[in-house]
Design a protein around this ligand. Structure first.
Ligand SMILES: C[S@@+](CC[C@H](N)C(=O)[O-])C[C@H]1O[C@@H](n2cnc3c(N)ncnc32)[C@H](O)[C@@H]1O
Length: 332
């Protein structure tokens, strides 16, 4: 690995707390319907808990996506070609990444995540597995355009966005994200970047709700960790024992919603600000939108990406889509 520490593009206060975390929490708890953006579920503890979730029986997305990556390598190689810099958005543990890297002979690997310590550990592990590959971790928020390491600027790019993380965003934000990915990846008309993106599919409510509320309680811990993180990092006094995890399918919006629900009336402080939750009231902590073939194509096209090929796992639970940046032409 060339860049041990990697690049850090996060603005922290004197206590080392990400300033955007504080403002998002204070703003989100001040709304009539309390909500905190899902990205803040992922501190070091949350990232580890997410890893644990990927191993529980009910959580099928990781197994399904891994199956596609394991079986379609030759097709990726043919369509994508060698020597691209692979920029992985929300790389987390990078556990699935070796399957892609082995298939396509990349020129470099840039894992990008908001959970910095976890990112650097995962990048170091991956660099050991691929000693000849240059790995440049970047700690950043991928919802904004990110300046990539100068070493990869002249390479052709492949964006890799597995895990159906796109589903954590509402449509408007997802479109903005797809556009900023396009801006991050750059590339002129002659060498338009590709994007390989995991998108989970609409299916039975029971299967979906179980995937986000496993019997062993790992997802509940993942969700409750957000309240613990607020207490740890933002001088919070949230009584975590008065919160319970809830995961419910919202059919109108085709998404599983995760909430933290108060089991009694509570009052607490965060960074010196006072908040109240009445019994039964919730803090909305995550959306996981699910897609159909049409909604996938509509979203990608709106975000500036033209679908090229779509693969499903053998049980048709999950899709992996290869898209290419859309050339800018005059309408229609
Ligand atoms: C659903 S997990 C997927 C992890 C991994 N890619 C996988 O497929 O298993 C989402 C990942 O995206 C990261 N993430 C979420 N929001 C982010 C943001 N705004 N900027 C950068 N990383 C983000 C999280 O830290 C986490 O590692």
């Amino acid at each position: 690995m060339k860049a041990e520490q990697g690049i850090v593009l996060v603005d922290r206060d004197d206590d080392g707390v990400d300033k955007a975390f504080r403002s998002d929490v204070l703003d989100g708890l001040s709304q009539p319907e309390k909500a905190v953006p899902a990205r803040w579920l992922y501190d070091d503890a949350g990232s580890q808990l997410f890893e644990d979730i990927t191993g529980v029986e009910e959580y099928y997305p990781t197994r399904a996506e891994t199956e596609i990556l394991e079986t379609r390598g030759a097709e990726f190689a043919e369509l994508i070609g060698p020597d691209r810099a692979v920029v992985e958005f929300g790389s987390g543990s990078s556990v699935k990444t070796p399957l892609l890297l082995k298939a396509i002979q990349p020129g470099a690997y840039v894992p990008l995540d908001i959970a910095g310590d976890f990112l650097r550990e995962a990048a170091a592990d991956l660099a050991k597995k691929f000693p000849d590959l240059d790995v440049y971790p970047v700690e950043a928020d991928f919802t904004k355009q990110v300046e990539l390491p100068r070493e990869v600027l002249d390479m052709k790019k492949l964006g890799f966005f597995p895990g159906s993380t796109i589903g954590n965003m509402v449509a408007r934000t997802a479109v903005d994200l797809l556009r900023s990915m396009r801006a991050t990846l750059g590339g002129e008309e002659s060498e338009l970047p590709y994007l390989l993106i995991g998108m989970d599919l609409v299916k039975d409510r029971e299967v979906l709700e179980a995937a986000y509320d496993d019997a062993s309680g790992v997802t509940a811990e993942f969700n409750l960790n957000l309240a613990r993180r607020i207490n740890r990092e933002l001088a919070g006094t949230i009584p975590v024992d008065a919160l319970e995890h809830s995961a419910v399918w919202n059919d109108d919006f085709a998404r599983v919603e995760m909430h933290l629900r108060a089991t009694r009336d509570i009052a607490f402080e965060v960074s010196g600000h006072r908040f109240e939750l009445a019994e039964g009231e919730t803090i909305h902590t995550e959306n996981s939108h699910k897609f159909t073939r049409r909604s996938t194509n509509t979203l990608l096209l709106a975000g500036g990406w033209t679908p090229v090929k779509r693969w499903l796992d053998s049980e048709k639970r999950f899709s992996l889509v290869l898209a290419r940046a859309t050339e800018l032409r005059n309408a229609p």
